[in-house]
Design a protein around this ligand. Structure first.
Ligand code: DC
Length: 205
């Protein structure tokens, strides 16, 4: 029987770090679903039609380093409002969620739309300022010359678009456990998430 962990939340809240740690700790397969939207966004920046790019997506498209840039993140958030793009990406995500070894999927609508029956649902949040500070530090370390203010502006505009769209908006599922990482260390946030998954495994028997 498959065991799915849904990890949702806004950009730079710590979802990626927590999801990776959960996958390693429990031996689950990991899918960063943001990469699907980023890969489509990257194709669109090159002139492709969004719906066509979503339908033509192959797993190798998720491996490019260029998917991590702020421009691609914005493009991803823009194409993510298109219902036909979202629909084209559903099957891939649901099939991944059924992996025999268990699966962690991180995104925006995993607990609400993609895997409403996930065994464990986490919603990871932090204030916009804390998230912008983390993203700014990451980008600076990579030598990118974005300012803190421009990163905060990006975080806010992505939040508004991700939460405000009509189709599968970002929100916590009613049965999700929320972890606010604003004042937590990475180790504490990971430990809190592991405890929730352990409780979920125990309750499955
Ligand atoms: O998690 P991320 O920053 O890589 O996601 C990039 C964009 O993709 C995000 O702003 C919204 C969209 N996205 C989505 O709509 N649904 C998901 N499950 C994952 C990402």
């Amino acid at each position: 029987m498959s065991f799915t962990v849904a990890v949702d939340g806004p950009a730079a809240a710590g979802k990626g770090t927590i999801s990776k740690a959960l996958a390693t700790h429990f031996g689950f397969a990991l899918l960063d679903t943001g990469l699907l939207y980023r890969a489509v966004g990257a194709q669109v920046l090159l002139g492709a039609d969004p719906q066509y790019a979503a339908r033509a997506l192959v797993p190798e498209d998720l491996e490019s380093e260029t998917l991590r840039t702020p421009a691609v993140a914005q493009a991803a958030s823009e194409i993510a409002v298109i219902p036909t793009v979202r629909a084209a990406l559903v099957e891939f995500q649901r099939a991944f969620a059924k992996r025999a070894e268990g699966a962690v999927l991180d995104g925006r609508d995993i607990g609400t739309v993609i895997c409403p029956d996930a065994a464990v649902k986490l919603f990871i949040t932090a204030t916009a300022e804390v998230r912008a500070q983390r993203r700014f530090a990451e980008l600076s370390a990579k030598g990118m010359d974005d300012t803190y203010d421009s990163v905060l502006e990006d975080v806010r505009s992505r939040d508004a678009r991700d939460m405000g769209r009509a189709d599968a908006p970002l929100r916590a599922a009613d049965d999700a456990v929320e972890i606010d990482t604003s004042t937590m260390s990475i180790a504490d946030a990971v430990a809190a998430a592991i405890a929730v998954v352990e409780a979920g495994i125990a309750s499955r028997g």
